[in-house]
Design a protein around this ligand. Structure first.
Ligand code: NSS
Length: 432
């Protein structure tokens, strides 16, 4: 790892050293105590925590005093010698010969009993705490595994723009932004741009933010979320589900493999799904919901509560296919055998989490797409370039979007989506 300044070791690297070796380490005070004139500092850096012992004899009286005065989260440079100590959790400690306070800290606001809103207002400080750091390390592994799956499977990374001119997922959740003398929107999904890209690269993906002006205050909605999206030329609905399943399985396996100890530290018992994910139709799903006394009309989209009830019926993630046409966006291909439903699939994660993936097969005929736009009272002239894609060598194709934060929420067992992202954006939160 790169080292800057005077430090010679990261805390994790101390393990391999011998009694008496001298080191210079750097970090922040995590805990502090004192016993019989000896100051014990638990110092953390990005790799671990180690106990630093400051006492007269090894250091000047003034230096012991400055260690005594230093408050939680002060940043320090420590020079000292390794001491093996079987009582310490890591088996070693540092007997300090010099301690330099680099940046003082007084009365660090984050306390064990700080309330949720306070922590959100102080997210810029909260991210240093063990729990947030662990949660964000799970996020890192989810993003890494997703990217890795796509690379291993030959998908080409392709980014769409953030400023767009039209809706993908319906006008109700569009964020409008002034764009010189025009109106622009923040993209809800990069799907349409990925659809353009399949004609150049066939199998493509992106991992980038999407935006939804969702006023609903739920445990699973953000206004800005990270979206892993894939689009595949020649794929039908089943092909799309195969890709989505393989990706989801890979992410959950790799997170456990690489960060199982972090899940444990978060008290999360998570088993990556082993068996094949069940695939049921919307019709079957509402039957299940009705048996559980959820009232739902055929044609309604599945709300948070319905999805929760259905996902509790399965130990594995479950695909729900073929929703009513009127519950889904215009671009979904109607089932040729039954045109009142579309060839779509949502993947619901277990334990009541609900939808983490939405996707399906796209309309690939210009005529059919025009018909659907008109049926939905959308102006075809706003979708000219998207219609063009059906004019020049159109092919059957399918794709999906996986919500990164919803996936993290499931794997890390988070009660609320907002801890799955460093600086959450919700209808009421734009700070910090
Ligand atoms: O609206 S989706 O179901 N589908 C699409 O956007 C497609 N255009 C994707 C595609 O086929 N390329 O959203 C996909 C996923 C959904 O399953 C959630 O996991 C996540 O995106 N999502 C969200 N996460 C957090 N907050 C909000 N508001 C949100 N909306 C969707």
């Amino acid at each position: 790892m790169w080292k800057f300044g005077e430090r010679t070791h990261f805390i994790q690297e101390l393990q391999g050293l011998k009694e008496g070796d001298t080191v210079k380490i750097a970090g922040w005070i995590y805990r502090k105590s004192e016993l019989g004139g000896v100051v014990f500092l638990r110092l953390r850096d990005s790799t671990g925590v180690v106990q630093v012992v400051a006492k007269e004899g090894s250091m000047s009286k003034e230096e012991v005093e400055s260690a005594r005065q230093a408050d939680i989260e002060s940043s320090l440079l420590v020079e000292g010698r390794i001491r093996k100590d079987p009582r310490s959790p890591t088996g070693i400690e540092i007997l300090a010969s010099r301690i330099k306070v680099v940046g003082e800290s007084h009365d660090f606001p984050i306390k064990p009993d700080s309330g949720e809103e306070f922590l959100l207002d102080n997210r810029h400080l909260h991210i240093r705490t063990t729990k947030m750091r662990n949660t964000l390390l799970i996020r890192k592994e989810v993003l890494r595994a997703a990217e890795e799956w796509f690379i291993k499977n030959g998908f080409v990374r392709f980014e769409g723009p953030t400023f767009v001119g039209t809706a993908v997922e319906g006008g109700a959740t569009l964020f409008e932004v002034p764009y010189f003398n025009k109106k622009a929107y923040l993209t809800q999904s990069s799907q349409f741009y990925l659809e353009a890209a399949i004609f150049a690269f066939e199998n493509v993906y992106t991992i980038q933010p999407s935006f939804r002006a969702e006023k609903s205050r739920t445990r699973r909605h953000l206004t800005e979320f990270w979206h892993a999206e894939a689009e595949m030329a020649w794929a039908d609905l089943n092909g799309m589900m195969d890709v989505a399943e393989s990706l989801t399985r890979y992410i959950s396996q790799k997170v456990v493999e690489r960060a199982g100890h972090i899940l444990e530290a978060l008290n999360r018992k998570f088993e990556p799904p082993d068996n094949r994910f069940p695939r049921i139709t919307y019709d079957e799903a509402i039957e299940i919901a009705r048996k559980k006394e959820v009232s739902i009309e055929w044609g309604d989209d599945l709300g948070t509560e319905t999805e929760r009830v259905i996902s509790l019926e399965f130990d594995l993630p479950v695909f729900i296919t073929k929703y009513p046409k009127k519950a889904k966006a215009f671009y979904h291909k109607p089932d040729p055998k039954r045109p009142d439903v579309v060839l779509c699939a949502d993947l619901l994660a277990p334990e009541g989490i609900g939808e983490i993936i939405g996707g399906g097969q796209r309309i690939n005929s210009e005529e059919e797409l025009l018909m659907r736009l008109r049926e939905e009272n959308l102006n075809p002239s706003n979708y000219k370039w998207y219609l063009d894609l059906r004019k020049y060598g159109s092919v059957p194709h399918s794709g999906f979007g996986l919500g990164i934060e919803r996936t993290i929420r499931w794997i890390a067992g988070l009660p609320h989506i907002r801890n799955a992202i460093p600086f959450p954006r919700t209808p009421t939160r734009l700070y910090p």
